[in-house]
Design a protein around this ligand. Structure first.
Ligand code: GLA
Length: 388
């Protein structure tokens, strides 16, 4: 979507006025490796992508905020002088509403405004559409209120609070962080305990990063996500009886094997600890230009998420297995929370067409759904686009 089209759509929705219209973009993200490590004090290695959500916004002279999305039917209208609460029927509108609720709670002086959202990021597909919407909304409110030096780390953590407490998904910091801090052509190595991070150049040259949407809508994701988080906490509590560690990533595999006797908890902890080690190895292999080894680590990550963490499911396993059969595909894995949604593959540029055709046909035959493919660019984090 270009800025002019967005402005036209905004005027079509809200009408003309002499006041300026501001436009913004927030990306989605893929996680290259490091799944479910953020909630266990470990490393993640995500990158923000060129698919994302756009917003156009114009101030009003009253206390009303209108949220309209071109991707949804319902318009959500709130009044900032009234009590705001999560409402099932507001659907996607609860995300920007949650931002308003928490900004007001923190003492921000908000003004009424009209907002139009448009996203080319598939919804609920594991590419962080929620974090993108949250970060975009928080950023735009602060921007139109005159702030220009917006602290992206604080912004990410604020949005995580909203998702945890208003939306009630007990997610980690990875998604909000990468949407806020993404950088063109770079992935981010983030230590989720210290919040120190490093940009790692990610240009594959002879390969492309393919995002594969299984088109299996994630179901019960929130409750299963929260359940995995609790299991990790239970494993941590057992390990803490023997050594005062702060998080699961600080435990060794030896300790897990010795002390965590419950099979489910042991497998969850095994995934987290080995995945955390894989992140650091993956960054090293990339820095050394060893793309094949990077691909192997992706495959190991998927296997661990399938066997030990159990968050993949039929559709993600099918698309990953079919991908790995194609010559030219050097690695593939699910990305994000799992239970459906998207997988990623690193594929030689020359094999791309063949790859998409064969994987798509096989997946369709075996699952009965048509997958979507996107060859992703890696883009900057949330940013203003312009003002007219
Ligand atoms: C979701 C959460 C993240 C992270 C991933 C799994 O995307 O929002 O915090 O836990 O799942 O790695």
């Amino acid at each position: 979507m270009n800025n002019n089209d967005l402005l036209k759509l905004f005027i079509a929705e809200y009408g003309n006025s002499s006041l300026p219209v501001y436009t913004f973009f927030a990306p989605g993200r893929v996680n290259l490796i490091g799944e479910y490590t953020d909630i266990n004090g470990g490393y993640v290695f995500p990158a923000s992508i060129s698919l994302g959500i756009y917003a156009a916004v114009r101030l009003r002279s009253d206390n009303v905020i209108c949220f309209k999305s071109l991707n949804a039917k319902n318009k959500v209208i709130i009044n900032i002088t009234q009590t705001l609460a999560y409402k099932e029927e507001d659907g996607w509108g609860n995300y920007p509403k949650g931002i308003v609720y928490y900004l007001l709670r923190e003492g921000f002086e908000l003004k009424g405004c009209d907002i139009l959202f448009y996203g080319d990021l598939p919804d609920g597909a594991g590419l962080s559409s929620s974090a993108s919407l949250l970060v975009l909304t928080a950023y735009l409110f602060r921007y139109i209120n005159g702030e220009r030096e917006i602290d992206k780390l604080a912004l990410a953590s604020f949005c995580q609070t909203v998702e945890n407490n208003f939306i009630k998904v007990n997610c980690g910091i990875m998604d909000q962080f990468s949407v806020a801090n993404g950088k063109n052509n770079s992935a981010i190595l983030l230590n989720c305990k210290s919040m120190k991070f490093k940009y790692i150049p990610f240009s594959l040259e002879k390969h492309s990063l393919v995002i594969m949407n299984t088109n299996k809508k994630r179901e019960l994701t929130e409750s299963k996500y929260n359940q995995r988080r609790e299991e990790c906490e239970q494993a941590l509590a057992i390990l803490r009886n023997h050594r005062p560690i702060e998080n699961l990533c600080q435990a060794s595999m030896n300790e897990v094997i010795t002390y965590v006797k419950n099979d489910t908890l042991r497998r969850r902890a095994t995934h987290v600890i080995t995945e955390n080690q894989r992140v650091l190895k993956a960054v090293k292999t990339l820095e050394q230009g060893n793309i094949d080894e990077f691909g192997d680590l992706m495959v190991q990550s998927h296997i661990s998420l399938r066997k030990d963490y159990e968050v993949t499911g039929l559709e993600l396993d099918c698309i990953v297995e079919n991908s790995l059969k194609i010559p030219g595909c050097i690695g593939a894995r699910m990305t994000g929370a799992g239970f459906g949604g998207c997988a990623i593959a690193v594929v030689e540029n020359d094999s791309l067409k063949n790859f998409q055709t064969i994987v798509s046909n096989n997946y369709k035959k075996q699952i009965g759904l048509t997958p979507y493919f996107y060859v992703a660019g890696i883009s900057d984090g949330v940013k203003p686009l312009g003002v007219v």
